[in-house]
Write a protein that binds this ligand. Sequence first.
Ligand SMILES: *Cc1c(COP(=O)(O)O)cnc(C)c1O
Length: 385
Amino acid sequence: MLVERMRPHTSTIFAEMSALAVRTGAINLGQGFPDTDGPASLLDDAAANIRAGINQYPPGVGVAELRTAVAAHQRRFYGLEVDPDAVLVTTGATEAIASAVLALCEPGDEVVTFQPYYDSYAATIALAGAVLRPVPLRPPTFGFDPDELRAAFSARTRVVLVNTPHNPTGAVFDREQLTFIGELAAEHGAVVVTDEVYEHMVYDGRAHVPMATLPGMAERTLTISSVGKTFSVTGWKVGWVHGPAELVAAVRAVKQFLTYVSGAPFQPAIATALALPDSFYGQLAADLQRKRDLLSAGLRSAGFTVFDTAGTYFVVTDVRPLGYADGAEFCWSLPERVGVAAVPVSVFCADPELGRPLVRFAFCKRDEVLAAAVERLVAVRAPTG
Ligand SMILES: *Cc1c(COP(=O)(O)O)cnc(C)c1O
């Protein structure tokens, strides 16, 4: 029954792996959601808003307080001047990305993105009838080859979809890489759509660089982020996009007929949370950096090759030193064998070969959960003859 363009995208690996984890009682390091609540003030504000009757349709563009708070956040952290009227609130970053691609791409237009990629990208591009032009990010650094990136562009390139900090690899693009991407986009008249949902999760003193802060890029960039990762409320699905008025108007035209609006009681609460002091944001990154170190060390001692994670919730490993060639096979048997769930990187790739031996683990979990997972993973090595 399903239309052909969606047939390769019928299920998400996260749902399958989470179901398997529940069935086997495994510790779920597959799906990237935190197992602790976000700031109490945020939760209290949202609950109070529901009790106070903020439960009907908010304005189509989002509540004014939140749009103003997003603009203030962009000024505070990046020195970006954003007009609150150029901010559109969406149903998570996912809807912002989908609306942008659907708004900007005619059937047959091309979207350049990096693979592995967040799984909604390929499905969204397929929905739009657009063509995915994936550029590999390879271990150990998960950078791109400039020649391969250049070769992915054509006269039909309409959008460059950039995710930094990057899920699943944990890579954080630096200024030089972003400049190169931006120059190619400008050369080809393409719009850059950036997915920055992990903007506050960069480690070892690194800085997140928004594409829109680079010279000349604000005028061709749609910047997207959301509340789920920053405030540990991945089920709330409130996001936003900002950029040039014309582009945001195009995104809005599509967005209003996808969900129209959402999250009325959450939006004002998030506006307040975005103004939390630097100590909140600093603690978030420090906690996650410690968790990254805990899990990475454990995986290393269990025998995995572990790649450096500069940002996000995730660490990518290579399972070949353990005697396995295929990360998907490894992940399907892992919950049963040792009681831990993880996700194969090949499912994030247009060319599964690229991610064949790679497996992603999420470290956005309580320290004791990570420690228990590490203890179980010691038994992971394949039996040898
Ligand atoms: C979690 C995630 C999203 C989804 O964000 P929502 O606000 O929940 O829609 C988008 N992009 C990446 C890279 C993610 O990891």
